[in-house]
Design a protein around this ligand. Structure first.
Ligand SMILES: *[C@@H]1O[C@H](CO)[C@@H](O)[C@H](O)[C@H]1NC(C)=O
Ligand SMILES: *[C@@H]1O[C@H](CO)[C@@H](O)[C@H](O)[C@H]1NC(C)=O
Ligand SMILES: *[C@@H]1O[C@H](CO)[C@@H](O)[C@H](O)[C@H]1NC(C)=O
Ligand SMILES: *[C@@H]1O[C@H](CO)[C@@H](O)[C@H](O)[C@H]1NC(C)=O
Ligand SMILES: *[C@@H]1O[C@H](CO)[C@@H](O)[C@H](O)[C@H]1NC(C)=O
Length: 265
């Protein structure tokens, strides 16, 4: 009886490490690197190939004299050459998003890798790459957001400003049309990872437990047939526990009111 309680607790604690209820109810695409993110189920976005080799940054033309330079994956310092640039806040620190104003002319920093985050709507239908840039010189915050629009049958990337951005205030909105803006499997479990190592340790532990249990039952307790399996009654109840566990998680981690739930055991 006590053993059963302990085993159930261990089962719940170990599954809780992998299935965090907060993650499910509050699922965000967590940043893996500045241009890639992952939901708790291993799916996510990877924009790593969006800047073609040989290119420094994607140039988004907004209107005459106004261009945004964009390179989401790393901070770059290179800006196109202009004569008599009065101000350049992009190159010293490095940028992922930089405003080129040819009228002045100047380069103004709008975001870098440290200011990147991914935000999704609750139903996961919309995902945005967002830069929240704080400008210390005039104590203002500029938020730039790129909506990811999946175009699976294209091999090209297009980035456009939304009509609202053309008015230019402190909120800039862009649209990324790209096959890279499609949700893909990020974590394929093929490479060595903490998860794989834990899985191997777990399998070794299970194997050891059954070997020792079977030897003890067979040699010392004289069990034969299916009876040699240690804690047989508990293992018979495992499929039901797993079914209940899955129902529990599907239900948003709330207990399912049902006569044969844990309370009834
Ligand atoms: C750049 O600045 C210099 C000195 O301020 C000026 O003589 C020159 O005409 C400027 N060049 C352009 C293209 O504005
Ligand atoms: C570009 O510079 C001109 C001249 O200073 C200014 O009027 C305009 O608002 C600037 N545009 C942007 C997008 O900052
Ligand atoms: C673009 O920049 C040039 C050079 O500074 C300037 O003469 C022109 O008026 C600008 N155009 C607009 C729309 O600001
Ligand atoms: C703050 O300064 C940045 C550039 O230095 C400029 O783009 C922005 O419009 C300014 N914001 C306000 C509210 O003045
Ligand atoms: C910057 O703005 C925040 C709130 O908008 C304010 O609390 C803070 O005192 C300001 N800092 C400076 C240096 O103006």
């Amino acid at each position: 009886m006590y053993l059963k309680i302990i085993l159930i607790s261990v089962l719940l604690i170990t599954t809780n490490n992998y299935v965090n209820c907060d993650d499910i109810n509050n699922d965000e695409c967590k940043l893996r690197n500045p241009c890639s993110c992952e939901f708790w189920d291993g799916y996510g976005f990877d924009l790593n190939a969006i800047i073609q080799s040989g290119e420094e940054a994607y140039e988004i033309l907004v209107k005459e004299n106004i261009t945004y330079l964009f390179n989401p994956c790393s901070d770059i310092k290179h800006v196109p050459m202009l004569i008599n640039v009065t101000e350049n806040t992009c190159s010293p620190k490095g940028y992922t998003l930089c405003l080129q104003n040819k009228t002045v002319p100047e380069y103004l920093l709008m975001g870098n890798t440290g200011e990147a985050s991914f935000k999704s709507s609750a139903d996961r239908k919309l995902t945005f790459l967002v830069y929240t840039h704080h400008d210390n010189s005039n104590n203002s915050t500029i938020v730039s957001s790129f909506e990811l629009i999946c175009t699976p049958n294209s091999d090209k990337h297009f980035i456009y400003p939304t009509p609202a951005t053309l008015q230019l205030d402190n909120q800039l909105n862009f649209l990324i049309f790209s096959p890279l803006a499609c949700r893909v499997m990020i974590d394929d479990f093929s490479g060595p990872s903490v998860f794989t190592a834990m899985l191997i340790l777990f399998l070794v532990a299970v194997l050891t437990y059954f070997s020792i249990g079977i030897v003890v039952n067979f040699m010392y307790l004289g069990a034969r047939g299916i009876e040699v399996i240690p804690h047989l009654e508990f293992w018979k109840s495992v499929p039901k526990l797993i079914r209940e566990g899955i129902r529990f998680i599907r239900n948003g981690c709330r207990k399912v009111p049902e006569p044969d739930s844990y309370d009834a055991i």
